[in-house]
Design a protein around this ligand. Structure first.
Ligand code: FDA
Length: 399
C-alpha cells in the first residue's frame, strides 16, 4: 500500500493546479487521471488558444444555488495572481474582448506551465489510471483501489470536472462519489450550449444559417434575469454564438422564452416612420439598409409586407409592427445541443455541503471538491478557468 499526503483525482485545470500548489507547500501529492492525455479541455479551450482567465472576473459572473459561495476563493486567488504566474513562465498573451485573456501561441503552453508547477512540487502522476473504489476509514482518511494498486491518504481531492464532451474523458465519477457519501447534488445540466428549435418552427429561419450579428438577449425576470449584449449566430438547427451560449446558462425551465433585440443600437419602429417623411425609397431598401440583407428579407416576409412598396405608401402601424418585431423577438427553444456541445455543466456538488474557505466537505473531513464538479458555473470568457484556479488554490492552501 503506497501512502501520500493527498490524492487528487482528475488532472484537468483544477486538479493540475491544486496538485502543483500543494506539492510546492511540501505535501507528497499523487495526481491521478483516467485519460491517456491530460488537460484535454485546456487543450481545446478558446479555439486552441485557451482563454485562461478574465481580468474582470468576480462573483457576479458566476451562477450557483448559493451565489455568494465563490466569493471567498475568488477574492483570495485573483485573475492578477494567475496573470503573474503566466508571465513568470514567459507565456505571451493578449486581451481579445471584455477582459478575456488568450495565449498568443497555444493552449499547450498553459498545460506545460501547469506540468512544470507540478514538477516543482514533486507531484507523482499516474495516468491512465482508474480509481475503482474509495473507502473512507473510521479513523479518518481514505483507502483507494486504483488500477496502479492500493493507496492510503488522509486527504482526497475530487477534481473530475463536469459532464460536457464525454468523448475526451468527462465522467460522473465525482458526482457519484459525492452522492454515495451523502452530499446533495444540484441537478447537472448543459450550460454555455447552443439552443435548438422544432424543425417546423425553425423552417422560416433555417436559411439564415451562418449569419452573425450583435444582439441583446435576455431571459427570466427579477434577480434570476440574465441579459447579455453579444453576437448571435443563426445555425441550421437553431441559435448559437456568445449571446446564446451565455443566456443558455440562465434558462431554468424548458418553457422559458427568450427575448432578443436584433438591433439594440437602433429604434426601428420610430426610425422607419421618420424616414417615411423624407424618403421615397422602397420599404425593402430602407429596412435593408439598417439590417443585414438576409435578416431584413426574412423579417419582411414574416411581417407579410411588400418589400417593393414605396415607404410613403406604407401604413404607420405596419412600420411600427415591423420595427418592434426586430426589437422584441420572442422565441421558445425546444432544447439544446446537449453534453456533446456544452462548454460547461450547470449544477454539481451542492455548495451547502462544502466550506467556501477551503472547499472541504462538511460531511466527510479530508474530502475536497474543486473546479467544475462543484455547483459554481461561470460565464463564457475565461471565468470557468478562473474558478478552477481559485478553488484549487483555496484547497491547496488549506491542506
Ligand atoms: P476538467 O474537465 O478540466 O478536468 C477534469 C479531469 O478529470 C479530466 O482530465 C478528466 O479526464 C478527469 N477525470 C474525469 N473523470 C475521471 C475519473 N473517473 N477518474 C480519473 N480522472 C477523471 N473555460 C474557460 O474559462 N475558458 C475557455 O476558453 C474555455 N473553453 C472551453 C472550450 C470547450 C470546448 C469546453 C468543453 C470547455 C471550455 N471551457 C473554457 C470550460 C473549462 O474547460 C472547464 O470549466 C475547466 O476545464 C474545468 O476544470 P476542471 O479541472 O474542473 O475539469
Amino acid at each position: 500500500m503506497q501512502a501520500f499526503d493527498a490524492v487528487v483525482v482528475g488532472a484537468g485545470a483544477a486538479g493540475l493546479f491544486c496538485a502543483g500548489q500543494a506539492g510546492q507547500r511540501g505535501l507528497r501529492i499523487l495526481l491521478i487521471d483516467h485519460a491517456a492525455r491530460l488537460g484535454e479541455k485546456i487543450r481545446i479551450s478558446g479555439g486552441g488558444r485557451c482563454n485562461f482567465t478574465n481580468r474582470e472576473a468576480g462573483p457576479a459572473n458566476f451562477l450557483s444555488e448559493n451565489p455568494a459561495f465563490c466569493r471567498s476563493a475568488l477574492a483570495r486567488y485573483t485573475p492578477a495572481d494567475f496573470i503573474k504566474l503566466v508571465q513568470g513562465h514567459g507565456i505571451a498573451f493578449h486581451e481579445k474582448h471584455k477582459g478575456q485573456l488568450f495565449c498568443d501561441g497555444s493552449s499547450e503552453q498553459i498545460i506545460q506551465m501547469l506540468l512544470n508547477e507540478c514538477e516543482a512540487g514533486g507531484v507523482t502522476r499516474w495516468q491512465p489510471c482508474t480509481v475503482a473504489d474509495v473507502h473512507p476509514l473510521p479513523e479518518g482518511g481514505f483507502d483507494l483501489d486504483t488500477s496502479h494498486g492500493p493507496v492510503r491518504t488522509p486527504r482526497l481531492v475530487v477534481a473530475t470536472g463536469g459532464l460536457p464532451v464525454p468523448k475526451i474523458g468527462a465522467s460522473d465519477w465525482g458526482l457519484r462519489l459525492a452522492k454515495r457519501l451523502d452530499h446533495a447534488i444540484v441537478e447537472p445540466r448543459p450550460a454555455l450550449v447552443p439552443l435548438t428549435f422544432d424543425a417546423d418552427a425553425w423552417a422560416p429561419f433555417a436559411a439564415l444559417a451562418g449569419l452573425s450579428l450583435p444582439v441583446e438577449v435576455s431571459v427570466g425576470s427579477g434577480k434570476a434575469r440574465g441579459r447579455f449584449l453579444e453576437d448571435l449566430l443563426f445555425t441550421h438547427r437553431g441559435l448559437s454564438g456568445p449571446a446564446i451560449l451565455q443566456i443558455s446558462s440562465y434558462r431554468t425551465a424548458s418553457d422559458q422564452p427568450l427575448q432578443i433585440n436584433l438591433a439594440p443600437e437602433l429604434q426601428l419602429d420610430k426610425e422607419l416612420i421618420e424616414a417615411k417623411a423624407a424618403s421615397r425609397r422602397q420599404l425593402g431598401n430602407e429596412f435593408g439598409a439598417r439590417l443585414p440583407q438576409r435578416l431584413a428579407a426574412a423579417w419582411l416576409e414574416r411581417a407579410k409586407l411588400d418589400a417593393s412598396r414605396p415607404l410613403p405608401e406604407c401604413r404607420d402601424a405596419d412600420l411600427q409592427r415591423l420595427g418592434r418585431s426586430v426589437h422584441d423577438w420572442q422565441l421558445m427553444p425546444s432544447g439544446d445541443e446537449g453534453w456533446r456541445k456544452a462548454e460547461v455543466m450547470r449544477g454539481g456538488v451542492s455548495t451547502r455541503d462544502l466550506s467556501s474557505q477551503t472547499l472541504e466537505s462538511r460531511r466527510v473531513p479530508g474530502l475536497y471538491f474543486i473546479g467544475e464538479v462543484v455547483d459554481v458555473t461561470g460565464w463564457l470568457g475565461g471565468y470557468n478557468f478562473q474558478w478552477a484556479w481559485a478553488s484549487a488554490a483555496a484547497c491547496a492552501q488549506a491542506m
